[in-house]
Design a protein around this ligand. Sequence first.
Ligand SMILES: Nc1ncnc2c1ncn2[C@@H]1O[C@H](COP(=O)(O)OP(=O)(O)O)[C@@H](O)[C@H]1O
Ligand SMILES: [Mg+2]
Length: 357
Amino acid sequence: MTSDDEGRPGRLPGAAGPGRAPFAHRAPAPDATAHRAPAPAPDAGSASAPDAVTCRGLRYAFGETRAVDGVDLSVRPGEVFGLLGPNGAGKTTAIRCITTLLSVPAGMVRVFGHDAAKERMAVRRLLGYVPQQLSADAGLTGRENVALFARVFDVPRRERAARVAQALAAVGLTDAAGRLANTYSGGMVRRLELAQALVSAPRLLMLDEPTIGLDPIARTSVWEHINAVRAATGMTVLVTTHYMDEADQYCDRVALMHHGRIRALGTPDELRAALSARRRAARTAAPPTAPGTPTPTPAPAASPASAVSPSAAPSRSSDAAPTLEDVFRDVAGSGLDEQSGDFRDVRSTRRTAHRVG
Ligand SMILES: Nc1ncnc2c1ncn2[C@@H]1O[C@H](COP(=O)(O)OP(=O)(O)O)[C@@H](O)[C@H]1O
Ligand SMILES: [Mg+2]
């Protein structure tokens, strides 16, 4: 059993001392900004510490569909990085490439310096993955589900019981651990899946739409547990979501993805500030409209301001502080409007709560 030959800094603090809670469980922070993790050092991805994830020209096609079409990004160790975009943007495909579930040529994906094509097992040992689809077994108890993952991920036998208990405690499911998963609420199922992914003490936790379909209270709870574990272990989190408000609140940096490509990347504050600056510049540069000139449909992303169509934000003045969704509309251009229903429709693609319940 060689479950851990990578010297993981994300190793559970309690693993060496049975009975000690590994995940320091913190009381929810009182304000929104406190939820966001402390920003990692800007140069955390230096040569001495490889980036948690590096994608260089990442491409993946399903037949004629170019699901991921040349993605470059780096996720720094210890940060919460959000991959944002509407349904069909390519988020899940990108995530699957990084997990090695989809094969890509050498040089496109590295995880903590390991090439996903050449060192597949080394990559897999470093990550925990909560897929968009249901991964908990409704016919098993919470504890049995997590124990199953402990075996699959080769957690040493002597550590298993303690690690399973620790993972369950970390997501607040100790009391419910003996119940069948089909008695859990949607939020509890998602936290159970989180425990399944955490039991191997991953250095990189990958979450694909972790809160889709959950009510706001359950969403907050899932995030608080993610952040508590992260604060205790220093693990890196790569998360996909189409909830812009959530990404704004919880992610250190985000990449806005549309039609397989990254359209913008930065901290939520940076992206909002950049849009404000573009709006100011557009207002300054905009020529006065000639009298009698018919007002055309806004040209597709002809200028940054025109991409924010009146129908997209009818009540917002361009002087208002932009939201992350405003940024997305700006960088995605007109293509987003025809897909905007997907922001809502995507909820139906995940039915965890209903399928398990
Ligand atoms: N297994 C598949 N076979 C064929 N096409 C797929 C498959 N998975 C995804 N796609 C297509 O790839 C594109 C990106 O999908 P996906 O990565 O699931 O996006 P997202 O996770 O952002 O919703 C979409 O056009 C989708 O229809
Ligand atoms: Mg997806």
